[in-house]
Ligand binder design. Structure first.
Ligand code: NAP
Length: 535
């Protein structure tokens, strides 16, 4: 039967990234009639789209992988400590093949509208290509960093050279030899891509509006001995992650920074700096809540930057002064700061020298004109809410998500949105998501949602919708926890501050994956008291 006709699916899962694929697998295994819809032409989500050279995960490969299947976990051998995009994409493709998941998917189906029929308790999803799909339950596994933004710069459409987006990098790759290249944006993506381009391009100009902190990624191949050790202790490693603050086995020190001696602090900082990845944000338990401690960590990072950059004036431009360290996502790089010592690389500090316009042949700043053959946008995403709000989403009685969230997103545990029955959002606003290891987070999210779907089916429940009071309480709790930290001081995408007009509110749950998971367990174990369940 053609999926567009006949009875509605039990569940439609949108997205074929880590979360969506796992959800489709589990739903099919549970005997549900499941459909996956994916905007791209293949699986991989973030790792499908962000193919720019240098793209690499900042969580160790052996943690940033599925734990649900022991044979999979034992048989896949990650080659490097921090996996690069091609290896992660190969892994996701392997999982899709191994569990025969593609047969449940329709690719090249970007969902543009979704409407709930309250009487029939059925969702109708419409896609860009004009297809319609119906389902009792719908799960948006559409990613937190999947709605890329193009900056609003005068003349931007006039550029006649090559235009590239890190978040939409061409599959066939791009050559830069002999080219004058500009990169706009110095977040994680810009900081990873620039050093690779610098090696090949004739000239590279980095346009920096805000400086970011970046920790070098100490990447290397896993040794055979490490591989064997990881295999032998994998289960324990996962047990140590399931109820851990960041869903990895790593934790911050237990002792507050100022209770340590100066030598102990220095050693801890050096260890975590050398350990690499986002762990530098978790050296001391109080570094994200106590400004004095944060300043110690900041001073350490600043000294590292100064030591790497030959020209002190350039080093000064590369040091962030506008936010406590870690309150914007710490980047991870391979030779980013050192790159500025190359004769073919220059930095334009847009705070001193704003971009006035893009022309067909380059960029005019307040001070000069820079000729460019290639212009790369590493300008970020409408994070956490963007993917959902770009869909014309209507819940019960025509309620529009855009209206409900006009004053900021409201969810219960991230999953449930009042007025939007049988619809679940995962890895999104209201969850730890971007503060945790996304793969284990995805498993937790989909397990929880599918358990609720199973509960509904077993109990003859047609509609499940988060109660407004529960969502209001959870949303207040998110704010309260965030306000106890320094995170609210930064103009970050966590705060929605990179999007003009977006409500300034800290969107993820910062209280730890462990605590979050316990809230979710409690809700499930108590029979979903925060959901209105209608037979
Ligand atoms: P991002 O962190 O939001 O960085 C975007 C950059 O573009 C910022 O430097 C921003 O400046 C700049 N920008 C935006 N609009 C601009 C304009 N009109 N003019 C000049 N500059 C402009 O985005 P991202 O680098 O893609 O990273 C997003 C997140 O994805 C990361 O924080 C991370 O969570 C994830 N990620 C992770 C990895 C990894 O695992 N290693 C790699 C890539 C991405 P302002 O700061 O001034 O707004």
């Amino acid at each position: 039967m053609h999926p567009e006709q006949g009875s509605p699916f039990d569940v439609i899962i949108i997205g074929a990234g880590f979360a969506g694929l796992y959800g489709v697998h589990q739903a099919a295994k549970a005997g549900l009639n499941v459909l996956g819809l994916e905007a791209g032409e293949g699986v991989g989500g973030t790792w499908f789209w962000n193919r720019y050279p240098g793209a690499r995960c900042d969580v160790e490969s052996v943690d940033y992988s599925y734990s649900f299947d022991e044979d999979l976990q034992q048989s896949w051998a990650w080659t490097e400590r921090f996996a690069a995009q091609p290896e992660i994409l190969a892994y996701i493709n392997h999982v899709a093949d191994r569990f025969d998941l593609r047969r449940h998917y329709r690719f090249n189906q970007r969902v543009t509208a979704a409407t709930f029929d309250d009487d029939a308790a059925v969702w109708t999803l419409r896609t860009e290509s004009g297809h319609e799909f119906r389902s009792q339950f719908v799960v948006f596994a559409t990613g937190c960093l999947s709605a890329p933004i193009k900056p609003n710069i005068p003349g931007i459409e006039s550029f006649a050279g090559e235009e590239l987006f890190t978040a939409r990098w061409p599959e066939e790759g791009v050559g830069f030899a002999g080219k004058r290249v500009g990169v706009i944006g110095t977040g994680s993506s810009g900081i990873q891509v620039a050093p690779i381009i610098a090696r090949e391009a004739e000239a590279l100009t980095v346009f920096q509006r805000s400086a970011n902190f970046s920790v070098p990624v100490p990447n290397r191949p896993w040794t055979d001995a490490e591989q064997s050790e990881i295999r032998a202790t994998y289960r324990q490693r996962r047990e140590n992650s399931y109820y851990a603050p960041a869903a990895t086995p790593h934790r911050s020190l237990q002792t507050k920074a100022l209770e340590l001696t100066a030598e102990e602090r220095a050693r801890a900082l050096e260890d975590r700096w050398n350990g690499g990845g986002v762990l530098f944000n978790k050296v001391f338990p109080d570094q994200n809540s106590d400004l004095a401690v944060n300043e110690l960590v900041r001073e350490f990072a600043v000294a590292k930057i100064r030591a790497k950059v030959d020209d002190p004036a350039v080093a000064d431009d590369l040091i962030p002064y506008d936010h406590p360290i870690g309150t914007k996502r710490i980047c991870t790089d391979s030779g980013y700061y050192e790159m500025f010592n190359r004769p073919n690389v220059s930095l334009v500090n847009l705070r001193r020298e704003a971009i006035e316009e893009v022309t067909p042949t380059g960029i005019r700043t307040a001070d000069r004109f820079i000729e460019l053959d290639t212009l790369i946008y590493a300008t970020g995403f409408d994070a956490m809410t963007g993917a959902l709000l770009r869909i014309d989403l209507h819940g019960a009685h025509g309620a529009r998500l855009g209206d409900l969230w006009a004053d900021g997103p409201v969810t219960y545990l991230g999953f449930g949105i009042p007025g939007f029955p049988n619809m679940f959002s995962v890895n999104s606003v209201g969850t730890p998501s971007v503060m945790a290891n996304m793969v284990l987070h995805s498993e937790q999210q989909l397990d929880w949602v599918l358990a609720l779907v199973e509960h509904c089916r077993a109990q003859g429940i047609r509609k499940a919708v988060a109660r407004a009071e529960a969502a209001a309480t959870w949303t207040d709790h998110l704010v309260e926890v965030a306000e106890g930290t320094l995170f609210v001081k930064a103009d970050s995408w966590y705060m929605g501050a990179n999007i003009e007009g977006k409500k300034r509110v800290f969107m993820p749950y910062i209280g730890g994956f462990d605590n979050y998971r316990r809230y979710c367990d409690e809700e499930r174990d108590n029979g979903y008291p925060s959901f209105e369940l209608t037979a």
